[in-house]
Design a binder for this molecule. Structure first.
Ligand code: ADP
Ligand code: MG
Length: 472
């Protein structure tokens, strides 16, 4: 199998090194290296298991195999600096797997910047399409907010639905429009390789059009956009009012749609609110069923943060603290996933910079500028809920009569915090939040924690974390 694979995909140049000895020099194009890298990944998965490979190795982009220097160059994905130190640990494994697959030793080099092309001319490989390798369907977290947009995108990528032509996705900033659009691109390239995909942002479209007018190469420009099976057009709202671009887009639309080719648009608003556009374009945008992405709910926000943690390979030292940090972020940043993710990046970045562990207190410190000041008054119910979730319990456990220490102690902590933080609640009143406990029990709980705090460092930490979670 492997021999056939090598034979079929490698462009082999034989170089006679000297009279006695000849060596084979394989020159592999970018896409061939990509194919071969899949085999390497399979090898690595056998050895290291899927979790490590998917987290630390798969996000790397196979860039070039240099035979001159015996190097395999892999690029870090955009924003993947954090990945570097983790991925580096596996370079020996990667080298070994490469050797198994290619029977030649290469040293693996991880690099952040695109190294300068010296050997290969630019070719139209997928990564020249400007698709972010992280923006795939696999990395897109499904939630109630994006279900329809996701389903429509998958249908369009698979080519089995004609209801969505064009597919028009609209949503506010940072909600995943570009991600979904790139995912369609990746999917088509991988699963339907004969289809030609073109991704373009409105801005690039406008710039290219201007250039083509200046250099009198408009025909070339038109050909480029009209000879594709999928046109992915990002942020279409930006061309509003730019007459030449509107005209060109209209004609492109007509040509592609007439030939049954798929068009996908994203926009920050629905077609009918694109007031500055010519009516004929607006009505065409609405030919398919426009789909929107809403802001994500709490569960989806948490899932996105967890997904990001895995993807970036963040090291989680203390699981409880880490979940508490994610909770703080998800509670406070609700309407923009880009900001949600960048909050996490900042906290992790700060921690790796200073060596401080990732705790709710650190999260608060790093993010005060994002969160601003507290809007809501603290209530006993809210504190109870936070304490319960911090200790992995249900609120009803704290209200119950259960006396086991893993429940009774958090209950006392909740009582302590309420007494400290909600001065308007009397002892008997606090008792009513805990299954009607009487005021002496409440007072005892409070005093117990207060005195434990004097000598128990660990407890002090927990209370500090909880206070940070409660934003006090
Ligand atoms: P938009 O184009 O709508 O402004 P993007 O597609 O650029 O937003 O998304 C912003 C960031 O949020 C990206 O890093 C993207 O990967 C991430 N993101 C958005 N939605 C999701 C989702 N459902 N699952 C995972 N990541 C998401
Ligand atoms: Mg976008």
């Amino acid at each position: 199998m492997q021999v056939i694979f090598l034979w079929k995909t490698f462009f082999v140049i034989i170089i006679f090194h000297n009279v006695n000895r000849s060596i084979f020099l394989f020159k592999m194009t970018k896409s061939e290296f990509k194919d071969c890298w899949e085999t390497v990944l399979a090898e690595l998965t056998d050895k290291l298991g899927p979790l490590k490979v998917n987290t630390y190795i798969r996000p790397l982009i196979p860039y070039k195999l240099s035979d001159k220097e015996d190097k395999a160059i892999l690029l870090l994905p955009k924003g993947g600096t954090m990945l570097l130190s983790m991925s580096k640990k596996y370079t020996a494994d990667m080298e070994e797997a490469l050797f198994k697959v290619l029977e030649k030793r290469y040293s693996v080099e991880l690099t952040e910047n695109t190294p300068r092309e010296t050997e290969e001319p630019a070719s139209p490989y997928t990564d020249d399409l400007n698709l972010d390798p992280r923006y795939t369907f696999e990395n897109f977290v499904a939630g109630a907010n994006n279900r329809l947009a996701l389903a429509a995108s998958l249908a369009v990528a698979d080519g089995y639905s004609k209801h969505y032509n064009p597919l028009f996705i609209y949503a506010g900033s940072g909600l995943g429009k570009t991600h979904l659009m790139h995912a369609i691109g990746h999917y088509v390239i991988q699963n339907r390789p004969k289809k030609k995909v073109l991704y373009v942002s409105a801005e690039t479209f406008i710039n290219e059009l201007i250039l083509s007018i200046q250099s009198k190469s408009q025909q070339q420009f038109r050909n480029k956009y009209r000879k594709v099976d999928y046109l992915l057009f990002d942020d279409v709202q930006f061309i509003a009012g730019k007459k030449a671009a509107e005209e060109e887009l209209f004609n492109t639309f007509e040509a592609l749609h007439g030939a049954n080719k798929q068009l996908v648009f994203t926009s920050d608003r629905p077609p009918k609110e694109l007031g500055d556009f010519p009516e004929r374009l607006i009505s065409r945008f609405a030919w398919g069923i426009p789909v929107d992405i809403q802001t994500p709910d709490y569960e989806t926000r948490m899932a996105i943060l967890k997904n990001k943690t895995e993807l970036e390979g963040y090291k989680v030292e203390n699981h409880d603290n880490y979940v508490a940090v994610l909770d703080i972020i998800a509670q406070n940043i609700q309407s923009n996933i880009r900001e949600l993710e960048s909050a996490l990046t900042r906290i992790v970045g700060q921690s790796s910079l200073t060596g401080e562990p990732i705790t709710p207190a650190l999260a608060r410190k790093v993010l005060t500028d994002v969160f601003g000041t507290r809007k809501n008054e603290l209530t006993p119910a809210f504190i109870k809920k936070k304490v319960a979730s911090y200790y992995g319990l249900k609120t009803s456990d704290l209200e119950s009569s259960k006396r086991s220490r893993n429940i009774a102690y958090p209950r006392q902590i909740a009582i302590y915090l309420i007494r400290e933080l909600c001065p308007n609640y009397s002892l008997p009143k606090i008792g009513t939040f805990f299954g009607g406990r009487d005021h002496t029990t409440v007072l005892h709980s409070y005093e117990k924690i207060k005195s434990d705090l004097k000598e128990n460092e660990d407890l002090k930490n927990q209370i500090d974390n909880l206070k940070a979670i409660l934003d006090v």
